[in-house]
Design a protein around this ligand. Structure first.
Ligand code: ADP
Length: 402
């Protein structure tokens, strides 16, 4: 494997396992700071491989490929959370600087481990249980009422490992699989995570960065707007958020990062709820992501330090940048693939219509429903920003033509 080209002047090489859009979006800040990136890419045309010259192709599950890749890097981080434990252990044994560490990463890979740890450290979570049998499910439902939410502890994303369960019969396939996996160590070997169905008012996210020297910085709490289980818009900061809730949610994000030993950018997805006793706004944690996150894309244009620059600073143990917003509001809208594969012709219309719009596309082929980019727009009038962001995203998707 050829060595990545370093900039003269003592600059490091940051390795990223996975060549998706998150790795790609590190390229701009890395270039500005003369930091060299190297990505272990899924294919030569992976999103990040298109813009990062050092992009060897390799499988993140292949121990030898990942070890050879890591040898050329000063520090290694991740585009996704799917690197298996045995590969992470081999890198750690080789002395590779991994951020986040495998010990932290397990809480983003395994939702049962996450629920257990958060409960131990008194972070508010939905009522939850581990279930292996139909009677475990019945017992939990008797406490919290139907329907319950069932989740596969490992491997879910964009709602694919999540089910709303009206009765135990809706879970027979997963319970059968759990019995099989218990014998052969498959993905449901530990059983299923059950949660009460939270009656939330909206979804929030807290995004923080933490460095190995224990410096931490938090962006303002954002609202994530979901459509059919997929995040379509992020409103930064979350409008009309109770100041006490903003403070306790941010404190929870920083406390979890420290307690779990997370390094790099870290997202905590939360539900906003009403405290059953006081009626005041409160949070419960939904899940954790240990990497730059969709809920932080707004910061690329809307904050003094964007999440991709901050992630590089954090994993290199450099002092962190200010997470301060540049404008009262930034709205991010995800661009989902539509029917039209040609995206570039849309630029002329969008750029003419809205000179304040910032477009970020990931170089991915268009497939219906696939996240292929996002747009950001900042200013003071939230409803106007939402309309402009939605228009641009819809125009790129092809659902509107003017
Ligand atoms: P994934 O890891 O696949 O993104 P999540 O755990 O984030 O899955 O769940 C996806 C969506 O399902 C959430 O954004 C939320 O809308 C809904 N959801 C998840 N857990 C609960 C819950 N306990 N109560 C109510 N809704 C939930």
């Amino acid at each position: 494997m050829s060595s990545p080209q370093r900039a003269p002047g003592g600059f490091p090489v940051v390795g990223i396992i996975g060549g998706g859009q998150l790795a790609r979006m590190c390229a701009g800040p890395a270039a500005e700071l003369a930091i060299t990136l190297s990505v272990l890419a899924e294919s030569p045309d992976a999103a990040a491989a298109q813009v990062i010259p050092s992009a060897p192709v390799g499988d993140h599950r292949d121990v030898e490929a990942v070890r050879a890749f890591a040898r050329e890097c000063d520090v290694v981080t991740f585009d996704h959370e799917h690197v298996p434990a045995d590969v992470l252990a081999a890198l750690e044994a080789d002395g590779v600087l991994l951020h986040p560490s495998p010990a932290a990463l397990v809480f983003a890979q395994d939702k049962l481990a996450m629920r257990r740890r958060l409960t131990e450290i008194d972070v508010a979570c939905p009522a939850w249980a581990q279930a292996r049998t139909a009677s475990d499910v019945e017992e939990f439902a008797a406490q919290v009422g139907w329907p319950v939410i069932a989740k596969t502890p490992r491997g879910g994303y964009d709602g694919k490992g999540v089910r709303v369960v009206a009765g135990v019969e809706d879970l027979h396939d997963w319970l059968d699989q759990a019995t099989l996996d218990a014998a052969n160590g498959g993905p449901l070997a530990e059983g299923i995570l059950l949660e009460e169905k939270v009656d939330f008012t909206r979804e929030l996210a807290v995004l923080v960065a933490r460095s190995p020297s224990d410096q931490a910085a938090a962006w303002p709490v954002v609202e994530t707007v979901q459509t059919d289980g997929i995040c379509t818009q992020v409103l930064a900061p979350a409008p009309d958020l109770d100041p006490h809730l903003a403070a306790v949610a941010t404190e929870a994000g920083l406390r979890i990062a420290e307690n779990l030993g997370v390094t790099g950018v870290f997202a905590v997805e939360m539900f906003e709820v009403r405290d059953p006793e006081t009626g005041s706004p409160a949070y419960v944690v939904n899940e954790l992501a240990m990497r730059p996150h969709n809920s932080g894309h707004w910061s690329m244009d809307g904050a003094v330090t964007g999440q991709f620059e901050q992630h590089l600073r954090a994993v290199l143990d450099l002092p962190l940048g200010a997470p301060t917003p540049r404008e009262p509001f930034t709205v991010m809208a995800n661009v989902l693939g539509g029917e039209y594969p040609e995206l570039y012709p849309a630029y002329r219309h969008l750029m003419a219509r809205d000179p304040g719009l910032k477009v970020h596309l990931y170089g991915k082929g268009v497939r219906p429903g696939r996240k292929i980019g996002h747009v950001n727009v900042s200013g003071t009038d939230l409803e106007d920003l939402r309309e402009r962001a939605a228009h641009a995203a819809d125009y790129l998707t092809g659902v509107i033509t003017a």
